[in-house]
Design a protein around this ligand. Sequence first.
Ligand code: SF4
Length: 348
Amino acid sequence: MNLRRVSKRIQIGNVSIGGNAPIVVQSMTKTDTRDVMSTINQIKELEDYGCELVRVAVPDTEAAQAIQAIKRGISIPIIADIHFDYRLALMALEAGTDGLRLNPGNISQPEKVKVIAQAARERSVPIRIGVNAGSLPKAANPNLTIAEQMVDAALQQIKLLESLDFDLIKVSLKAFDVPTTIEAYQDIAQRIPYPLHIGITEAGTPKSGIIRSTVGISTLLYLGIGDTIRVSLTAHPREEVIAGYEILKSLNLRQHGPILVSCPSCGRAEVDIVKLAEAVEGELIKIDKPIKVAVMGCVVNGPGEAKDADIGIACGKGKAVLFKKGKKIRTIEEKDFVVALMAEVEKF
Ligand code: SF4
């Protein structure tokens, strides 16, 4: 795995981004931002799952003003997502937003960006230049590839902000196409010092979207690129947070709650491993400590195959061996599989 690219560190609310700060898991609400209670409730649920930064859509004045009340009910920093109307960015800043996301594809006029940058600088609020392949600036050069056009759009906006003495910048270059996204990030990572928010846009429903996002995000992280991540899914945003942490855990970049090791099952298994693993997964969600738990289908290979697990079970007919670090500790009855395993996990 490549060494992580060292980016300029910025602060969004109480969350550090870039430098050697941990890679941050971000999501976006799917409620109507004007519905303050629903938005607070959704953000609080995301906080419970470990979401560290949340973006909200700001389509109008009422949504911009709602940020003030939403902030009173939540603990994580909020980022206002602004398109088209620069005045909404000013209102969101007035309402206390911790970060702004601007799309250079629809807010690029220097005089408008200047007003936003001035107001953001007064409050030390960072701006994410959020380039999206689907909404590139009209002036984009059609002779360039999409990845090049995305980089170009970001560089132009960065140049403008820098000329206004504004450097609290984060950049994202998202496309649905994974190779395009990777190329764009690889290119810009060498050209700017700012932290990068990475993700694959409009990735789809969890079934395909988690895979598409994982391929894109993991490739970039493996290359050392990325300071915040979002898995964009057509699903409840809690799924985005869960998937985000699974990616970071898979690359050993963050520890966050348990890791479940479960065998794929085969003709040797004498219990329904799929059902059992799902039941254990449902219980593990309540645990917030890092622990590796294994659910294995047979006593022949189970403990050995999962020997680096902290706690596990290897099932036989009607019974299972409970093991700790690959060593058998006792035998349990089928009816007690989940309860006994979880009791051992709690003890651990
Ligand atoms: Fe098959 Fe046993 Fe391996 Fe599970 S642990 S895949 S049941 S051999």
